[in-house]
Write a protein that binds this ligand. Structure first.
Ligand code: VTB
Length: 320
């Protein structure tokens, strides 16, 4: 994939982050998400490529834009699969909480798993512990093995978990093992990537989260040398049928290589609200300032980018 395309995509996540950044704390998640989706779509359609959304905002009937199957870009080569979350953590933005991102993963056609909109059980770790985790091992065994691989005491291990009732037992078991728990209200994309980032303070992600988020996080985790293992965990018959219809297997344990099949991909994210990966959007009198991360699969290069977007004096438009 053209190396410069990764930089084109950062304009897309920047645009979505700035647009949704205006909705922080205003209590309206639909407006926040809509702003991100509109900005993302407009910015995508200024790029010379042909994209097909494999993970988007839902099916065509549920999502007017960026739906699974939608075509993006001005056309021509390259032809890419696109997985997006214009606004990961819509609620965090609406209620002014923590940890929201705009995210894109792009890879050659057929290389990103088109996971249907359901749930997955997940465990994610960074490079030093990538070989020791098992999705079916007990919580305490996984934690002990990760601690050993990292050369840490179990008591110094931090496990990030989504704060959901379904995780009551998991949290009990983590505490019983002696490890520490960080609860997050949303955002298991950043949560799954954090153990692979130097000094994030997070060693493991555990628990059940959305399946689309697995594919998005897997790209960054793979490029950074970590591991994310997951398995579909449908809530009901409808979700089980979605998995079947997509030709996927409820019993299979998917690794980063199954979720993102090629090395030729890019992961691009811009922070909307501060989180473990990135700072959020700041507005000044004349500028919007964004913080982004661009990771290329082939080289494993990690670029942090701070961009100052000039505000057009006539309105809320920003230079790209
Ligand atoms: C998680 C979280 C996301 O969805 O994947 C979660 O990381 C799972 O769904 O930020 P529930 O909220 O139903 O538990 C999000 O919260 C939103 O996409």
């Amino acid at each position: 994939m053209d190396r410069n395309l990764a930089l084109e995509f950062v304009r897309v996540t920047e645009a979505a982050a700035v647009a949704s950044g205006h909705w922080i704390g205003k209590g309206d998640k639909l407006k926040a998400d809509g702003a991100a989706v509109d900005a993302m779509r407009t910015a995508f359609n200024e790029i010379n490529f042909t994209g097909r959304v494999v993970i988007g905002e839902g099916s065509k009937d549920e999502a007017p834009e960026l739906y699974t199957g939608e075509k993006l870009g001005k056309g021509g080569k390259p032809v890419l699969d696109i997985a997006v979350d214009p606004l990961e953590c819509t609620d965090s933005v609406a209620y002014g909480r923590y940890n929201a991102l705009s995210v894109i993963v792009a890879g050659p056609k057929g290389t990103l798993l088109g996971a249907p909109d359901t749930y997955m059980e997940k465990i994610a770790v960074g490079p030093k512990a990538r070989k020791v985790i098992r999705l079916d091992a007990s919580v305490s065994v996984n934690i002990k093995k990760v601690a050993k691989a990292l050369g840490k005491k179990v008591g110094d291990i931090t496990v990030v978990v989504l704060d959901r009732e379904r995780h009551t037992q998991l949290i009990k078991e983590i505490r019983a093992s002696g490890a520490r728990v960080r609860l997050i209200t949303d955002g298991d994309v950043a949560g799954a990537i954090a153990p692979s980032m130097f000094d994030s303070g997070i060693d493991i992600l555990m628990g059940i989260g959305a399946s689309a988020e697995s594919v998005l996080a897997a790209a960054a985790v793979k490029a950074l040398g970590g591991e994310l293992l997951c398995r579909f965990k449908s809530k009901d018959e409808h979700q089980r049928n979605l998995v079947k219809k997509a030709g996927l297997n409820e019993k299979k344990i998917y690794s980063t290589n199954d979720l993102v099949k090629s090395d030729d991909f890019t992961f691009t994210a811009t922070g909307v609200i501060d989180g473990p990966l990135l700072d959020g959007v700041r507005f000044t009198k004349s500028k919007a300032v964004t913080h982004s991360l661009v990771i290329r699969g082939k080289s494993g290069t990690v670029r942090y980018m701070t961009t100052h977007h000039r505000r057009d004096p006539r309105g809320d438009f920003y230079s790209s």
